[in-house]
Design a binder for this molecule. Structure first.
Ligand code: ASP
Ligand code: MG
Length: 420
C-alpha cells in the first residue's frame, strides 16, 4: 500500500484534476490511500469568509462564501456528467453547514469558527474529485477524515490523539481496501470528541498523509508537487539551483530549521519513526525522477543554500556595561516566547547579545521595544541571512561576493552569515 498526497495546486483547475486522474490510472491495481487538499487558494478564500463573519459583516461573509460555492459548482459541472447530481447534493450539504453557521452571531473564539468554516475546502475538493474518478472508472471510496482523525480542541493547531486515530484507521479504513483499491480523503482537518471540526495548521495535509502512512505502515508516501523535485536552493532566488535526487530525514529537518520551504518537520517524524520513504514527485511531469527522502546515511551532498531576506538584527547591550548573564538571556528568551518570535540566529558576547529575526512588522517592533526596557538596543533592518549546509570555500565565496558580512557562525557542516 502507498499513500499519495496531492496539494491544492494539483487540483486548481479542471485540467489539473484530469491529470491527477491520469496519474492515479498509472497505479491501477495498487492499494492507494489518497489525501487531497482544498483546490488552489480556497483555504485563503475561506479565511476571508471567517474574518468577515467574525467582524460581524455577515452579508460580506455570505457573499464571499457564495464565490467559493460557485467556483466549486462550476468545476463540478465541467468535470461530471452522470455523477453530477450526486456530487451536487453532497456539496450542498457542506454549503448548508457553513451557511447555517454564518447566519449566527459569533460568540465563541475566532479560531473555533475558523476551523468550522475552513475545513469545508478539503471536503468540497475531495467530494468533486472522488465523483470525477468514479465517473472515469477509477473506483474509489470517499471518506470524511473527521470520522478518523481525532484531535484535541486546540483549534487551528490541533494535536492528534494517536491512540484513538490508530484504532479508527484499523477498524474503519483498513477494511475498506478489501473492496476498493483507492480510499480518497482529506488532509489538514480532524475533529474533537464533541464532533467539532479542527485543523492541524496551514499546510497540514502533508502531515495527515504522513500520519496515514505511519499507522497503515505503507511502503511509501508520495507528495505530488508542482516542482521538479526538492532543490538545493530556492530556484526563484537562484536560477541555477540543482535538483536533489536523494536526501535523508535529518537533512530535511535541518533544511527546514534554517528556513528552507521544503517539507515540514512535523511531516517527517511519523515517516522517520517507521523508516517509510518519502517521494517528492512532479505532477506536471510524473516521468521526472523527483526526490526520495529516507533514513539512510548519505555520503555526499552538494551545498544546500537557504537565503532569508528582510532580516532584522537586534544588538542588545547591557545598560551598565556589565556582562550579559543568564538572567538577561533568560529574560530575552522569555520575550521571544511571549511575543512568539523565533530567532533565526543568536550570538552571545561579553556585554552584548545579538539576535536576528524575520521582519514581522508589528511583532518585531514590539520585540525591539520590550527589549529596549532591559537593554540598550540597536536595530538594523533589511539584512540577508545566508545559510549554507555542506559548504565549500567556493560556494561561500561565490554567495558572499560583494556583500558586507556583519556576523558569521560556523560548524563543520553549516555556515551562516548575516550580510548587507
Ligand atoms: N488547504 C490547507 C492549506 O492551504 C492545507 C494544505 O493544503 O496542506 O493550508
Ligand atoms: Mg498546500
Amino acid at each position: 500500500m502507498k499513500v499519495f498526497k496531492f496539494g491544492g495546486a494539483s487540483v486548481n483547475s479542471v485540467e489539473r484534476v484530469k491529470s491527477t486522474g491520469e496519474i492515479l490510472k498509472e497505479y491501477a491495481g495498487e492499494k492507494l490511500l489518497v489525501v487531497i487538499s482544498a483546490m488552489g487558494k480556497t483555504t485563503n478564500a475561506l479565511e476571508r469568509v471567517t474574518e468577515s463573519f467574525y467582524a460581524n459583516r455577515k452579508e460580506e461573509a455570505l457573499a464571499l462564501f457564495e464565490q467559493v460555492k460557485q467556483q466549486h459548482l462550476t468545476t463540478a459541472k465541467y468535470l461530471l456528467v452522470t455523477h453530477y447530481l450526486a456530487c451536487e447534493k453532497q456539496l450542498r450539504d457542506f454549503f448548508t453547514e457553513v451557511e447555517w453557521l454564518l447566519h449566527d452571531n459569533p460568540v465563541r473564539e475566532y479560531d473555533y469558527y475558523y476551523d468550522q468554516v475552513v475545513c469545508v475546502g478539503e471536503l468540497l475538493s475531495t467530494s468533486i474529485i472522488s465523483h470525477y474518478l468514479n465517473e472515469m472508472e477509477i473506483a474509489n471510496k470517499w471518506l470524511d477524515v473527521r470520522d478518523i482523525i481525532r484531535t484535541d480542541d486546540n483549534f487551528r493547531d490541533a494535536t492528534i490523539d494517536w491512540n484513538y486515530t490508530t484504532a479508527k484507521i484499523n477498524e474503519n479504513v483498513k477494511p475498506l481496501f478489501a473492496t476498493t483499491d483507492i480510499v480518497l480523503t482529506q488532509g489538514y482537518i480532524g475533529s474533537t470528541d464533541e464532533n467539532e471540526s479542527t485543523t492541524l495548521g496551514r499546510e497540514g495535509s502533508d502531515y495527515t498523509a504522513a500520519v496515514f502512512a505511519n499507522i497503515l505502515e505503507t511502503e511509501s508516501l508520495t507528495i505530488w508537487k508542482d516542482v521538479e523535485s526538492v532543490m538545493n536552493a530556492d530556484p526563484k532566488q537562484f536560477p541555477d539551483a540543482q535538483p536533489l535526487p536523494e536526501l535523508n530525514y535529518n537533512e530535511v529537518i535541518e533544511m527546514a530549521y534554517y528556513g528552507a520551504q521544503v517539507i515540514h518537520p512535523k511531516t517527517i517524524k511519523p515517516l522517520q519513526n517507521k523508516s517509510i520513504p518519502l517521494y517528492v514527485k512532479c505532477f506536471l511531469d510524473p516521468s521526472l525522477p523527483g526526490t526520495v527522502i529516507h533514513n539512510q546515511h548519505l555520503k555526499q551532498l552538494p551545498p544546500i543554500i537557504v537565503l532569508k531576506e528582510k532580516q532584522v538584527m537586534l544588538q542588545l547591550n547591557s545598560k551598565d556595561f556589565s556582562f550579559v548573564g543568564e538572567h538577561h538571556v533568560g529574560q530575552l528568551y522569555h520575550l521571544f516566547e511571549k511575543i512568539k518570535v523565533k530567532p533565526n540566529l543568536t550570538q552571545n558576547g561579553a556585554i552584548s547579545f545579538v539576535c536576528v529575526v524575520d521582519n514581522q512588522g508589528e511583532k518585531t517592533e514590539r520585540l525591539a521595544m520590550e527589549a529596549a526596557a532591559i537593554f540598550d538596543t540597536q536595530v538594523t533592518k533589511d539584512l540577508l541571512l545566508l545559510t549554507i549546509r555542506h559548504y565549500t570555500g567556493e560556494s561561500f565565496d561565490k554567495l558572499t561576493a560583494g556583500k558586507t558580512i556583519l556576523l558569521k557562525q560556523q560548524t563543520p557542516e553549516t555556515v551562516q552569515v548575516l550580510m548587507r
